[in-house]
Design a protein around this ligand. Structure first.
Ligand SMILES: Nc1nc2c(ncn2[C@@H]2O[C@H](COP(=O)(O)OP(=O)(O)O)[C@@H](O)[C@H]2O)c(=O)[nH]1
Ligand SMILES: [Mg+2]
Length: 217
């Protein structure tokens, strides 16, 4: 008798669909960023600022929520290209969910696809969806120990964004500690500190995106 470990089976099935997603993304020549954070760290705010700053690019947003479409509604005035996925009880987006949204991509080239994953630092990191990069977003309001407590995300992410630096005077968050701990888990991770509220640091995030768009050609 062979006992199948369900988790492994689910994950490898997920990875097969992630590969299909990747092929679809490649046909559109899109750079795909999977943005992962705890609830309230600033994913929707970041996406809004990004669309505003990169208004000459063709950008599609995929919104993942357990229920409802409040975040999509917050973006509707600046882009028509929003695909909403409701995960039901699932605390993450998986490759199959993303695959079902890709039938609704606008035709032709797309520069950038921004995926707002379900707010959670654990499960979203476990599921590849065919993205180019996972972006780990934390905010100064939630403590600087997140890299140590949720290492998988920081191990897999290409970039750590530390948002809400405007709140630093009111918190005990240490940027140095957060960067050091993230670096211990993933020496290759880059870090950008920013505030979606004041706009400080956003230009470095935009430069990071431009660099990766150029690298894709
Ligand atoms: N002070 C401050 N508030 C922010 C910043 N970025 C986002 N917020 C606020 O934090 C709350 C949650 O942001 P949201 O983008 O909805 O986070 P999400 O749940 O990760 O999508 C909202 O009230 C935002 O206005 C920031 O840089 N500074
Ligand atoms: Mg949001």
């Amino acid at each position: 008798m062979k006992r199948i470990k369900i988790d492994e089976a689910i994950l490898s099935a997920n990875d097969l669909i992630a590969r299909e997603n990747r092929a679809i993304f490649d046909r559109h020549r899109a750079l795909v960023l999977n943005i992962i954070s705890a609830p309230g760290a600033g994913k929707t705010s970041l996406i809004r600022s990004t669309i505003e700053k990169l208004s000459d690019l063709r950008i599609v947003v995929i919104e993942g929520d357990i229920t409802g479409s409040l975040d999509a509604q917050r973006l509707e005035d600046i882009t028509p290209h929003i695909l909403q996925i409701n995960t039901g009880s699932a605390c993450h987006l998986d490759a199959r969910m993303i695959r079902s949204a890709l039938d609704y991509l606008p035709p032709g080239p797309i520069d950038l696809i921004l995926i707002e994953n379900v707010g959670n630092l654990v499960c979203p990191a476990e599921f590849r969806v065919g993205e180019d990069h996972k972006i780990a977003l934390i905010s100064t309001a939630e403590g600087d120990d997140k890299p140590l407590k949720y290492p998988l995300l920081f191990q897999l992410a290409s970039l750590l964004l530390i948002n809400k630096i405007d709140l630093l005077p009111h918190t005990d968050f240490s940027i140095d500690r957060a960067i050091r701990w993230a670096g211990q888990i993933n020496p290759k991770i880059e870090t950008i500190t920013l505030s979606c509220k004041t706009g400080e640091g956003l230009e470095r995030w935009i430069e990071w995106i431009s660099r990766h768009l150029n690298a894709k050609g």
